[in-house]
Ligand binder design. Structure first.
Ligand SMILES: Cc1cc2nc3c(=O)[nH]c(=O)nc-3n(C[C@H](O)[C@H](O)[C@H](O)COP(=O)(O)OP(=O)(O)OC[C@H]3O[C@@H](n4cnc5c(N)ncnc54)[C@H](O)[C@@H]3O)c2cc1C
Length: 596
């Protein structure tokens, strides 16, 4: 039975259509997994990450800058990123890296930008978040949706960092439910603009930005409805108020998280960003870039932890042995090493997918965000365990990294919400095809082509798994296993649809499992293509290459085990008991300060 009424469901579906537009109908690489297929029968080519020597030099320059100027412990203690750090990052081109050259940016690819942000993520989580908010989600909305006039007016100063930017969506009633924005933008009678009223909270750079993208509800002509519209707002607008510039918080303390109010604030009509009533679409598109950058910063932080944990495990002796000689430490180190490699592979592959002008990548960016933020969290936790009590003290970076890392699974789409999105994004397409086929079955004459295509696809996937092509002979077994896993996943998705039909929309235990498998399939394909490239051309010496290939095999092996476990749990689980117990606890504590 569904938890959601038909009216609520229709509203949700209409909102989804509104937000995603034709992106729902485009087919990305990972979406084909849900059909038990590999798009075009081959994995995307893994990028030549280090091919761009200019970026390699910039990476080295950024490392030098971070070594000299970024004192992450001090930034955390003082809750402030010093001006010279911000200026330095601007001079290094980080604050306008991917903005077009025509407006003073560097015109950098997403891949090269990720290489830089990975470095920053390894030094300071707060500074990395500051740059991500300013660069990847702030001006990105203007680049993607701004008019030429808006771009010329705002982007040049944003590109140098002379002006900082922010993206203001979150409010008290609009957290994960972004469509529930309550801030209003009322058109003025003369049609010259809008009067904005409302409050925003937890906005990175909100109180220090010179340009903000603000989401507010606007009326829809000829109806009682309102829809979210994006506006460019500047703090010099009368009625703009900073309630708090730097809210005291758990981690990423260098970043300035603000609270804002708009009181009868006039915003001219020419400051509408994109189309009236299409603000959520602006948000969705912008987040693709922010999430990819999250992948890079998390990878940088994870690599730092792996390096430090390995050094410590080799040095520290207990019971007459180094920590690294204990199996329970080895288990952690192997998972951390393979996790960091997989994070890097998925980040660069996703960035390259965006750079290639791929038709669609919203599932991949959401998968990347969920995967990298969760692996980083586990990695930090394991690092702390390996360091023991030493990690608990503030003279070491690990407790700070734990505090910094905690926001990653919440911000830019809470991971639980993104998992539902990842699962439904793929399942929906399969459901539509099945529906189409059912419709065609009722009128077979005239639909023979459609039925024939479906039948041959089904027959094909029943008889054999999709082929995954690799160039290196030694990876053929891995490629075969990946193909089989994709085929298996497709058949489970179809069975879920037959069993649950529309109710699948509310079966979050199942959706979480589907999302986890789809994500590991995507990451596995990134790892496999990375290995394929490394075996064929790699600048690494033979020893390092062999080490990397071994790590890749280990990730693929352990990912397969996790995927099998999730697929098995689709049909053998404690879901009913989980609901019973959770509901019992919820009812018992409703309206009280109950004790669990
Ligand atoms: C340091 C920091 C910086 C931020 N910067 C910005 C910024 O620059 N701009 C901006 O607009 N916002 C920003 N945010 C806000 C951030 O994007 C939100 O915190 C995030 O969207 C989640 O909303 P929420 O915290 O209100 O959580 P809620 O929506 O209350 O969700 C809480 C939890 O409930 C669960 N949950 C919610 N909905 C569902 C569902 N449908 N299915 C299953 N589980 C669900 C999830 O476990 C989720 O983690 C920032 C927040 C922080 C802490």
């Amino acid at each position: 039975m569904s938890n959601t009424s038909t009216t609520d469901r229709e509203k949700q579906l209409a909102e989804a259509e509104e937000m995603f537009g034709d992106r729902l109908h485009r087919s990305g690489f990972a979406q084909r997994f849900y059909f038990g297929q590999v798009k075009n029968g081959r994995l995307p080519e893994y990028p030549e990450v280090e091919a761009d020597s200019q970026t390699t030099e910039r990476v080295a320059a950024l490392r030098r800058f971070c070594d000299e100027k970024i004192d992450a412990a001090k930034i955390d203690r003082q809750s402030l990123i010093p001006d010279d750090v911000v200026e330095g990052l601007g001079k290094l081109g980080l604050l306008g890296a991917c903005l077009p050259k025509s407006v003073g940016g560097e015109g950098m690819s997403q891949l090269n930008y990720c290489r830089l942000l990975e470095v920053l993520g390894g030094y300071c989580g707060g500074t990395a978040l500051f740059v991500n908010a300013h660069h990847s989600i702030g001006p990105r909305a203007i680049v993607l949706f701004g008019t030429p006039e808006q771009q010329q007016k705002y982007l040049p100063k944003l590109a140098t960092g002379e002006w900082l930017s922010a993206f203001a969506l979150t409010e008290v009633e609009a957290g994960s439910d972004a469509s529930n924005v309550q801030t209003t933008a009322t058109p003025t009678p003369d049609g010259k603009g809008f009067v904005i009223n409302g409050e925003k909270r937890w906005i990175t750079n909100g109180g220090i930005a010179r340009v903000l993208t603000v989401m507010a509800r606007t009326p829809i002509k000829g109806s009682d409805e309102t829809k979210v519209t994006a506006f460019i707002v500047t703090p010099d607008m009368p009625g703009f108020e900073v309630l708090e510039t730097r809210m005291d918080k758990c981690g990423v303390r260098g970043s300035a998280t603000g609270r804002l109010a708009f009181r009868d604030m006039f915003v001219p009509r020419e400051n509408i960003l994109g189309e009236l009533g299409r603000g959520l679409r602006v948000a969705l598109n912008v987040l693709d870039f922010g999430r990819t950058t999250f992948g890079a910063t998390c990878t940088g932080a994870a690599k730092f932890c792996v390096r430090r944990a390995l050094e410590h495990a080799n040095r520290r002796v207990q019971f007459g042995q180094t920590l690294g000689s204990f199996e329970l430490v080895k288990e952690k180190l192997a998972a951390m090493g393979a996790g960091a490699l997989a994070m890097e592979a998925a980040t660069y592959q996703t960035a390259a997918l965006i750079d290639s002008g791929a038709e669609e990548y919203m599932l991949e960016t959401a998968m990347l965000k969920v995967f990298t933020t969760e692996v980083l969290w586990q990695t930090i936790n394991d690092t702390i365990q390996i360091f023991g009590g030493k990690a608990y003290f503030t003279d070491q970076p690990y407790e700070r990294m734990m505090r910094d890392g905690r926001i990653n699974t919440i911000g830019e789409g809470a991971n639980d919400v993104l998992k539902v999105f990842v699962a439904l994004g793929g399942i929906r397409a399969v459901g539509l095809e099945l529906q189409d086929v059912l419709g065609a079955l009722q009128r077979p004459i005239g639909n023979l082509g459609k039925l024939g295509q479906f039948a041959s696809r089904r027959l094909g996937s029943m008889l054999m798994s999709p082929t995954v092509e690799v160039r290196s002979h030694e990876l053929e077994t891995e490629a075969g296993q990946l193909g089989r896993m994709v085929g298996l996943f497709g058949s489970h998705v179809e069975r879920l649809l037959r069993v649950y039909q529309e109710d699948i929309l509310d079966r979050q235990y199942q959706l979480r499992r589907v999302a986890d498998v789809a994500t590991e399939l995507y990451v596995s394909s990134c790892v496999l293509t990375r290995m394929d490239r490394q075996i064929r051309h790699s600048e690494l010496d033979a020893h390092e290459r062999a080490r990397q290939i071994e790590l890749g095999h280990y990730y693929l092996k352990t990912a397969r085990r996790r995927m099998h476990a999730n697929l098995a749990a689709l049909w053998d689980n404690d879901d009913t008991a989980t609901t019973t117990v959770a509901d019992m606890l919820l009812v018992a504590t409703k309206g009280q300060n109950g004790h669990v």
